[in-house]
Structure formats: C-alpha cells, structure tokens
Design a protein around this ligand. Structure first.
Ligand SMILES: Nc1nc2c(ncn2[C@@H]2O[C@H](COP(=O)(O)OP(=O)(O)OP(=O)(O)O)[C@@H](O)[C@H]2O)c(=O)[nH]1
Length: 605
C-alpha cells in the first residue's frame, strides 16, 4: 500500500504470499515457516500440509489458494500475527495468484539457487509489483552442491530488476537461514492499514463448498470487525446472511468468533450455493449497506474446451451431478450438455488450460468413480459471419457452413520464454514451426528471454512438453491471451470405415492441414486395436481425402482356442478384455480407445 495512505497502521500483522516457480520449494518453505511458528510438529511436517487435496499432493502442485494464520515471536520481543496465503505456481492457475496477492502487503519471491529464475516467477513477480506489494527475494536450496546463489541473485536483478544483493539465503529443507528470513519478513513487509472501528469492508479471496457447512469463504478484512452472529450483506447480490462461524486457519480451521481489520480468515453464513458468495465480492454489515465495493477480480474465462462423455451411457446422470458438485468449488469450470453422434450424451466442458482439464478428469474418475472419454481440447474461435453477427465456436463439429463465414479468427497469445543460450536455437525453431512471430529477444546474464506471439491452439497442445524436451528441461514458459486474429482455418474430419466421427474433428490451419491429417491417420492406426474386420481411417477437408490408412483385421477370435475347454480361463480372458475396454467407445462397429481421441494433440506436421 502506498506511503501517503493515512489510514491506521496495524502494527502486529503481516500478510504475505510466496511466489515461486513450480518445484522451487514453495510448499517446503511454507511448511518450515509453519513449523517455526509452532503450528506443526516434525511428523506433521513430513506430510505437506497446505496442499490439502490428495490429488495435489500426488501431483505435487498447488491448485487452490489456502491460508494459514501463525504467531511469530520476533527478536524484538513482539508477537506478530502472520497470515500466509498460498498461491499456485502453474501457468493454468495464474489468475488465482493475483487474487491471493490482493490480500497481501508483501510477497516472498522464492528462487531455486541451483536452477535460477524461470518465466513463471517473473510473471507472478510483476503481478505483485503492479499491485504495490513489497517483494523479498529468497534464494532457496543453498544446501545443494550445485547452488550458485551469487549468480542467481544477479539473475534476479537482471531479469526482474529487483535488488537482490542481500537476498535471504535459505534451505527450506534443512532449515538453514530460516531465522534470518523470519526477521526480514516482519521487518521489511509493511503492516496492513485499516480501522477496526469503521464499517465492515471485507474481500472474498476464495470460496469453496463444504458438505457440512455449505459455502466457506476466505476473506481479508480491510476495515471493520466481523463477529459470529453478525448479519452480513453480499454487495453483489444484496442478500443478507447470518454469520454462523468465523475464524482462522492454523492450518486447521479454528473458530475465533471474531476477525478484525487487517486480518485474513474464514466466514461461514449458511450459504448453500457458491454463487451466493462469489470470489472477488465485498462483504459488509447489513446495517451499513452503503459501504463501497472493493475492486474485485477479473472473471476468468475458460481457454480450452473439450467434450467429456461417460463410457457407459447409464452414468450420464451421475456425471451431471458430479460436474455440478465440482463446479461448486471451482468457479472457473464451465459446462453445458453436448450430444455427439459418435459418443452420445455428455458435456462440453471449459477449462483454464490442459492441466486444469487433466485434473478435473482425474477428480471425476477418482472421487466420483466415473469412466470418461475426453475429446481433444480446442480453443475458442471467433467467427465473423456474413450476416454481421459474431460467433464463438469451441467445438469443431459445430463449425457452421464456411460459405456463411466472412472471416475466421483464432486466439493469439503472447508467450514469454526463458532459456539458457545453448538451447535458444531449438526454441526459436519450435516457435517458428508453430507459426510464432518473434517480438523480442533479450540477453539476460546466461539466459535469453524470448517473446513470441503464437496461436493459442499451438501452445495448449504439447508446446510446454516440447520446450522442456528440446532444452533438457531448462526452458520455462508463461503466456496470456492478447487478441483474436484472422487466420486461414479449416476443419479436419476423420472418417472411420466411411463414417464421419464428430468427436474426432479438429480445426487446423490450412497450410498445416495435410501434414496434420497424414500424421493423425498414422497415429490413429497405431492406437486403434485390430478388430475382426479391416478398419479404414481417413482424414478429410471438405470432400477431399487428405490421408488414409487401414488397421488390418485380426485373424483369430481370442477365445476360440478355449471352446469346450477350461471355462474359468475363458472367463478370465473375457474379463481381461472387458477391463481393456473400459476406456473405449463403440463407434459404429469399431471400438475406439481414449488415446485415439487425443491423438490430434500428439501430431506435428
Ligand atoms: N535440497 C533441497 N531441496 C529442496 C529444498 N526446498 C525444497 N526442496 C525440494 O524441492 C522439491 C520441490 O519442493 P516443493 O516445496 O514441493 O515445491 P513447490 O514450489 O511448492 O512446488 P509446487 O507445489 O508444485 O508449486 C521437493 O522435492 C523438495 O523436497 C531445499 O532447500 N533444498
């Protein structure tokens, strides 16, 4: 907050986030801080506490923002209340980062002292600086023999422009340097400003649905005091609710009955629908309805869409209920019913990125026990129609007749890539091949920062994996949508034994269509298992066949040998076949496995 702010300083509170690239040690550092403040035993520390979803723990990524309130006994004899708000590190979730930062006065920028600065930390750091936060650089993993804190400090200065000469040097893993870091934190991160006597003004940083409590909201109080039993008003809906619980996370939920200006905590008010307490909304008291709204957050729009279909059509209702429940906790999840000729009834689901998509699919399958088939994700295209209308299409099979389309436009992203010099040639070649246009190239110490404009469709495919593989894991990427741009696009259809399979259609650039069609057909040939008859695969653009291939028929029935013989063996074989079929869909007479639906993501021309 700016220094000419004349609101009261709330001296004993520090609200902060940790910004880090994936794997630089954010969760480990957070756990260390919690432990130093007495919130965790050594045993509990073993299980990373902040990543509460099982899936997060397994994948080692943080998805939802979480907070912890801690008491820190500083060397000056004072006890400080530290509110640490966790942020996710993956590019798909960067909107959650700016949300978390909004509730803070400062951020720790954690950089792996062996790895150096990566694109995501740069992007998130700029967000923090733009929001007026005090950013403290922290060099982590100094216990590693290959750590080079001086070089990395210099990189922070050159790439981010942040003074890092006396950056804290720590090992979150062993605990080296942690006391120094804690002291710096209370010294350098500014205290919040606000007035507990003024009318309540609190911002909803996050809301999620709890089966017992209903909606729980994580809030930051800017002014005023909130107590259990208070009648509160949601500024966006104008509805009033009675507060049934209020408190902090330690990291467990702990009722305190009160929250004051400057603090971060949770509120429960019997709200049963997540839209009743939307993220970014302002809460005040019903008796002070004129309190102004705080600036909210930009609503996030899904960037990629995919069709999701239950393998067994009997599961449709269950699938719909599961999506409804997931959406209660994930306001960025968007879905509507979709009917595919090939796959039957399902939903078209919008995601923030392909990682978000994978996570949702896994959660649906694991937590709701569903077997789902997902079609290849596509971006949203803008169509200027001859009638003057503008359409947005997120499903290739719903593309209108091109004779009625004046212009097709694809989404373009601005991508920032950081890569060591030795791999820059590879990265440039990859970007050019994906129709990228170079905007800028800067030499920053031992790394190069490349800025490219690229079609989003080329980036959401396997770009990130490719970047990693052509740079031995060193390149890092950050990107965001900039605009729609006219492009020569066509629909590539796939025909199986002469039948067009709508769920396999893709929108591709005309210049790449033939090559893509050819490698797609080849890939599908590998992925579709041999059946009792020949399976012809064709790729077409309009009425023109651009590629074809055939999966030859199997010669024998797998169970033929067992006839009259061992019944259990036959049963076993059939069961094995059935299990193998789980993620397959019968399209006409042909069984198509999940991988084949995603084959278009794996092909290059
Ligand atoms: N040697 C060493 N390893 C560390 C240190 N801090 C973290 N690590 C390791 O680095 C890896 C990544 O650490 P995390 O804390 O999970 O990283 P993160 O940044 O939270 O990753 P996300 O949750 O995916 O964003 C883990 O294997 C940690 O054990 C450290 O100080 N020294």
């Amino acid at each position: 907050m700016s220094s000419n702010d004349n609101r009261k300083v709330i001296n004993n509170i520090r609200n902060f986030s940790i910004i880090a690239h994936i794997d630089h040690g954010k969760s480990t550092l957070a756990d260390r801080i919690i432990q130093l403040c007495g919130g965790l035993t050594e045993r509990e520390l073993k299980e990373q506490v902040l990543d509460s979803m099982d899936l997060e723990r397994e994948r080692g990524i943080t998805i939802k923002a979480q907070s912890v309130t801690l008491d820190y006994h500083a060397e000056d004899g004072e006890v400080y209340q530290l509110n640490f708000i966790d942020t996710p590190g993956h590019v798909d979730f960067s909107y959650e980062v700016s949300r978390s930062l909004y509730a803070c006065e400062g951020a720790l920028l954690v950089v792996d002292a062996a790895q150096g600065v990566e694109a995501q930390s740069v992007a998130n750091c700029y967000t923090a600086i733009a929001q007026d936060l005090e950013v403290l650089p922290v060099l982590n993993k100094i216990d590693l023999p290959q750590a080079d804190p001086d070089r990395v400090a210099q990189e922070i200065e050159e790439i981010i422009g942040l003074d890092a000469v006396d950056a804290c040097q720590v090992s979150a893993k062993t605990g080296i340097g942690m006391e120094g870091l804690m002291e710096r934190l209370v010294r350098d991160i500014p205290p919040p400003r606000g007035d507990a006597e003024k009318p309540l003004q609190a911002l909803i940083i996050d809301s999620w649905f709890d089966n017992y409590l209903g909606v729980v909201s994580l809030i930051r109080l800017f002014d005023g005091t909130l107590r259990k039993g208070d009648k509160i008003r949601m500024k966006s809906t104008g509805r009033d609710w009675e507060v049934t619980e209020v408190g902090i996370f330690t990291p467990k939920r702990k009722q305190t009955g009160i929250l004051r200006a400057g603090e971060v905590g949770f509120v429960v008010a019997g709200i049963k629908d997540i839209h009743g307490a939307p993220v970014g909304d302002t809460i005040t008291h019903a008796k002070t309805p004129d309190t102004p709204r705080l600036p909210g957050f930009q609503k996030v729009k899904p960037q990629v869409y995919a069709g999701m279909f239950p393998v067994s059509s009997d599961d449709y209702e269950e699938f719909r209920d599961a999506l409804e429940k997931l959406a209660l906790n994930d306001a960025s999840l968007d879905y509507e019913p979709e009917n595919s000729d090939a796959l039957g009834f399902g939903f078209r689901v919008g995601f923030l990125g392909t990682l978000h998509m994978e996570i949702i699919q896994e959660r649906l399958e694991r937590e709701y026990n569903l077997d789902l088939l997902t079609t290849a994700p596509t971006v949203v295209y803008e169509l200027a129609m001859k009638t003057g209308e503008t359409l947005y299409v997120s499903n290739p099979s719903k593309l209108p007749d091109l004779a009625n389309v004046e212009e097709m436009r694809e989404p373009i992203v601005k991508a920032s890539i950081l890569v060591p010099q030795e791999f820059v040639g590879n990265v440039i070649a990859e970007c050019e091949q994906r129709r990228g246009v170079q905007q800028d190239m800067q030499f920053l110490g031992s790394q190069i920062q490349l800025t490219y404009e690229l079609p989003m469709s080329e980036v959401v495919m396997d770009f990130f994996d490719r970047l990693k593989s052509i740079s031995r894991g060193y390149a890092s990427l950050d990107y965001g949508f900039v605009r729609f741009q006219a492009a020569k696009l066509v629909r590539l259809d796939v025909l199986i034994n002469g039948d067009k399979v709508d769920a396999l259609a893709a929108i591709v650039h005309r210049d790449h269509a033939q090559g893509r069609g050819r490698s797609l057909v080849e890939k599908m040939k590998e992925l579709i298992p041999r059946q009792m008859f020949d399976v012809a695969i064709q790729a077409t653009i309009g009425s023109q066949v651009v590629a074809r291939s055939t999966v030859k028929a199997l010669r024998k029935n797998v169970t033929a040998k067992c006839y009259g013989g061992d019944v259990t063996r036959k049963k076993k074989l059939l069961e094995k076949q059935k299990a193998g079929k789980k993620r397959m869909k019968q399209v006409g007479r042909v069984e198509i496995p999940q991988d084949a639906f995603l084959a278009v993501l794996k092909v290059n021309d």
